[in-house]
Design a protein around this ligand. Structure first.
Ligand SMILES: [Zn+2]
Length: 415
């Protein structure tokens, strides 16, 4: 599995938003998923077949649009000798742009995880769910449920729970059946329990050691047995070290796996936002330091600091929806840059060139998501970027109180 960086995830998320926004007037938007195992020549003949089938579409414009979308994919396919490692996805079609107008759009995406099945779909919306699901797959966690009767091993991939192993013991219950002396019975029970835990420890360790990229292990079960099992170190030390936390569950079978995940989910999402919270807290602490403060906010100030290479950590709100736009005068080549929100951009009329004597309107020659633009600037000077979601109070304050952009500098700056 390719681990996406925060930035790559963000970029893909934004691209998917754009793709999802496209609406066809009719079923004329094509989504094509090509797994890496598929021969390009097979895809080509599949599409050629679709091409002849589509000749039967009754509406003239829909037919024309579908045909040109398929042609467009066919010509793009020529650039591939074989599909990339994780396969490739095409979203091509004529999206509606108000009144009776349409505009051809084409997106080619190499997904972060392998595509499992070949899929061709022609609809009034692009089919993005499989890629969206890939983005929600965050990390892999081991799941272990144990008591004296049962042991269940599972794995959590994103929000998918898989059962890997279910075992039951022969350890007798706490109370004897009579006949044997109670002490002897207890001793035998403890021996049986010890053997059961040993067996579980070996099996569980073997399974988890074989799982690459395991971020941590969650342990569940009713009562104190799980803690005893962990404390007595029945698990391999490497596995032992990966235990994140223990949770009470009512069941120790497959059903208990779900129970464990829901009990742990709060802790897990907290783990995820813990990092961004931590950085935000550091920023807020810096603010209160006055003269020696390393905190900086305001886009203009931060741009100056970036030029000086003085930014250590840049904090950007994931919900920033702003663009850096480059304007150029077609007559004298005068150039300037502006930051615009999505709304401002949609109604933006480029101003006249301040350098030319005869009034000339400038033109937009480039438009880039400000998150991409600023991230590149920071990374080129050795700083780091933290994208902050709004799922914590701190993250929310970055967006609402600091306009979504803040920085921790390498040394105190004065502007
Ligand atoms: Zn000019």
């Amino acid at each position: 599995m390719t681990e996406l960086t925060q930035r790559q995830k963000y970029d893909l998320k934004r691209k998917l938003e754009e793709i999802k926004d496209c609406k066809g007037k009719h079923t004329e938007l094509i989504s094509l998923y090509v797994p890496s195992s598929k021969q390009i020549s097979d895809v080509t003949s599949y599409l050629k077949n679709e091409l002849s089938e589509s000749q039967n579409i009754k509406s003239k414009t829909t037919r024309k649009n579908v045909l040109s979308a398929i042609e467009s994919i066919l010509s793009r396919l020529k650039m591939f000798k074989q599909p990339p490692e994780n396969g490739v996805v095409f979203f091509v079609g004529h999206k509606s742009i108000g009144s009776d107008q349409t505009e051809m759009v084409a997106f080619v995406i190499e997904p972060p995880l392998p595509i499992q099945t070949f899929l061709y779909r022609c609809d009034s919306l692009f089919y993005v769910e499989p890629i969206e699901d890939m983005l929600t797959i965050k990390e892999i966690y081991g799941l272990l449920l144990i008591d004296r009767r049962e042991c269940t091993v599972g794995i959590l991939r994103g929000n998918r729970v898989e059962l890997l192993k279910y075992m039951t013991s022969q350890v007798p219950g706490k109370h004897g059946k009579g006949g044997q002396s109670q002490r002897r019975f207890e001793r035998l029970t403890e021996i049986a329990a010890h053997e059961w835990f040993q067996k579980c420890g070996e099996k569980v360790s073997e399974i988890f050691l074989g799982e690459e990229n395991l971020k941590g292990i969650l342990v569940g079960g009713p009562g104190p047995t799980k803690r005893y099992f962990i404390d007595e170190e029945y698990l391999h030390y490497e596995i032992q070290n990966k235990i994140i936390d223990m949770f009470d569950t009512g069941y120790t079978d497959e059903f208990g796996l779900r129970e464990l995940v829901s009990a742990a989910s709060e802790t897990m999402s907290q783990l995820e936002i813990a990092k961004e919270k931590q950085v935000m807290k550091r920023f807020l602490r810096e603010i209160s330091k006055g003269d020696k403060s390393l905190a900086l906010y305001g886009e203009d100030e931060i741009r100056k600091a970036l030029q000086m290479g003085a930014v250590d950590t840049l904090l950007l709100s994931e919900n920033l929806r702003r663009y850096r736009v480059t304007l150029v005068c077609p007559t004298c080549d005068y150039q300037e840059k502006r930051t615009l929100t999505e709304d401002e951009l949609s109604e933006f009329e480029p101003p006249e060139c301040p350098e030319c004597e005869t009034p000339t309107s400038m033109e937009i020659v480039d438009k880039i998501d400000i998150i991409d633009e600023l991230s590149e600037l920071v990374e080129s000077t050795g700083g780091t970027v933290v994208l902050v979601s709004q799922s914590s109070e701190e993250g929310d304050s970055l967006y609402s109180a600091f306009n979504g952009v803040a920085a921790i500098t390498r040394y105190p700056l004065e502007f």
